[in-house]
Design a protein around this ligand. Structure first.
Ligand code: C2O
Ligand code: CU
Ligand code: CU
Length: 495
């Protein structure tokens, strides 16, 4: 299927229509000229009712990525609607101030539907955030980054051959808020950029082109305790960044470009040797612009960056119900096989380790499972030996021969792993390997709340996550949407 994104030529068939029934006037903002859904703005504590009406000729259901809602309101594929059916969501906004996402979640076709425009940003605001008086109104700008592939008629292409499924689908153009060559005219003052990677598979290494640091004030789950300055920040599909962009020292007429900078290691060597990508895609890890900024007017006054932003309770092992026995989330990569915990997604297929006692805080471990599945991790004695150690990249290839289904070479790539339900915290990362790792490792922001974490080849990431308020099925999956659609997804049953 192909739709045009030329202004004035878009089909509205595959867009979200949203109607504001009741609430503050700014609950819904259209992004002008964009195929993306409108930005939804909510307040913590607000009661929300949203009616979804499926007008597509295929199944769909909307998920509120990042929001802490009851299982039935979470957009589980189980509740997918046929054409013409309606689903009424009702929930209370329990989240703190944060940027979240709405996007479809029908099994097997999430990537396709997001690709064709079914996605949008959710901004939640609360008292704590309001007190900081961060840049708002025209000075708070959503930056939704996506890559898309166009044919010579400027139509979207979403190919789905084996290579696109295994590596993820990569576009030949970068769009921001649904527009190519995105540009902002700004005043010489501070802005707040709400950045979301809504690409299906592409990972970005974001940096300003004049090498000034990028100032991060928040992540997936809202504000950090204090701003963090980085020379670059990695942003994987599903992840968000709250960026303080201060143009106050800049002269009228000066320009700045946010770029994605070179990195490697996120795709297997095989893919790099093939020129990185299929077709004429922009190679991931090459150097390209995301959007440009020009200072066009002098501002009188600019807000200053707060030194303290928020208070965060940092979880430790002592907070968890299982400090000795992490819940395993094993990544298995093989020929035409991208799964978690050794099994492709299937409804009602809950493994013992995927049952989580309600109202607990759990230690979870995301790791590359070369032992052929679930049993290989904590249960079998072989588990530890099969896993790759830091820097010993050879062992990965040997193990790959055993677990990879005769590919002769282990697939090793980065996966953004996402968990539904409450936000989590990253406890530790270890084992990142290969020369590529050095080109990304300083770009992770770890101190705040997250719902998606980029796991590089060889890496083991430990997280701590609460499972409170709601029982039922909550998904975890790779947010490389082509991987998700291959079945790299499991249900966690909170019971
Ligand atoms: Cu944005 Cu289940 O994900
Ligand atoms: Cu989600
Ligand atoms: Cu993946």
């Amino acid at each position: 299927s192909a739709i045009s994104i030329l202004p004035g030529q878009q089909t509205r068939v595959q867009q979200y229509f949203a109607k504001l029934v009741k609430g503050p006037a700014n609950t819904l903002t259209e992004l002008p000229g964009s195929y993306l859904g409108p930005v939804l703005r909510f307040q913590t504590g607000q009661k929300i009712r949203i009616t979804l009406h499926n007008q597509l000729d295929e199944l769909s259901i909307t998920h509120w990525h990042g929001l802490h809602v009851p299982a039935k309101m979470d957009g589980h594929p189980l509740y997918s609607l046929d054409k013409g059916q309606t689903f009424v969501y009702e929930f209370e906004m329990l989240n703190r101030a944060s940027m979240n996402i709405y996007h479809p979640h029908p099994h097997d076709i999430t990537g396709k539907q997001v690709y064709h425009g079914l996605a949008g940003a959710i901004l939640v605001n609360d008292e704590e955030e309001r007190k900081l008086e961060l840049p708002s109104g025209e000075y708070e700008i959503p930056i939704v980054i996506q890559d898309r592939r166009f044919n010579d008629q400027n139509q979207l292409i979403y190919a789905h051959g084996m290579h696109d499924r295994m590596m993820g689908f990569y576009g030949n153009r970068i769009l921001v808020n649904g527009l190519p060559n995105f540009h902002l005219d700004v005043a010489s003052r501070a802005y707040r950029l709400r950045v979301l990677n809504a690409s299906t598979a592409r990972i970005y290494k974001l940096a300003w082109d004049d090498n000034s640091p990028i100032t991060v004030i928040g992540t997936d789950g809202g504000l950090l305790e204090a701003p963090i300055k980085k020379s670059y920040v990695m942003l994987a599909p599903g992840e968000r960044l709250d960026v303080w962009a201060d143009f106050s020292g800049r002269k009228v007429g000066s320009q700045l470009v946010l770029r994605s900078r070179p990195f490697s290691g996120a795709l297997p060597g095989m893919a790099s040797r093939m020129g990185g990508m299929h077709g004429n895609a922009l190679p991931m890890g090459s150097d390209y612009p995301i959007f440009s900024v020009k200072v066009t007017k002098q501002a009188g006054d600019s807000p200053t960056l707060p030194k303290a932003l928020s208070k965060i309770h940092h979880y430790t092992l002592a907070d968890t119900a299982n400090p000795q026995k992490p819940i395993p989330i094993g990544i298995t990569e093989g020929r035409m096989k991208m799964v978690l915990n050794g099994r492709p997604y299937a409804y009602n297929d809950i493994l013992p380790n995927e049952r989580i006692p309600f109202d607990t805080v759990q230690l979870m471990e995301i790791f590359h499972d070369h032992g052929g599945g679930h049993g290989g991790h904590k249960m079998g004695g072989m588990g530890m030996g099969m896993r790759r150690g830091g820097g010993d990249s050879d062992s990965g290839h040997k193990m790959g021969g055993m677990g990879g289904g005769g590919m002769g070479m282990m697939m090793a790539m980065a996966h953004p792993i996402h968990l539904h339900g409450q936000y989590f915290q990253i406890l530790s990362r270890s084992g990142g390997e290969g020369q590529g790792y050095a080109s990304v490792k300083d770009g992770f922001i770890e101190g705040g709340w997250k719902d998606t974490v980029l796991v590089m080849p060889g890496e083991t990431v430990r997280i701590i996550k609460p499972f409170q308020d709601f029982k039922g099925l909550f998904m975890m999956h790779c947010h490389n949407l082509e991987h998700e659609d291959m079945g790299m997804m499991r249900d966690l049953s909170i019971e």
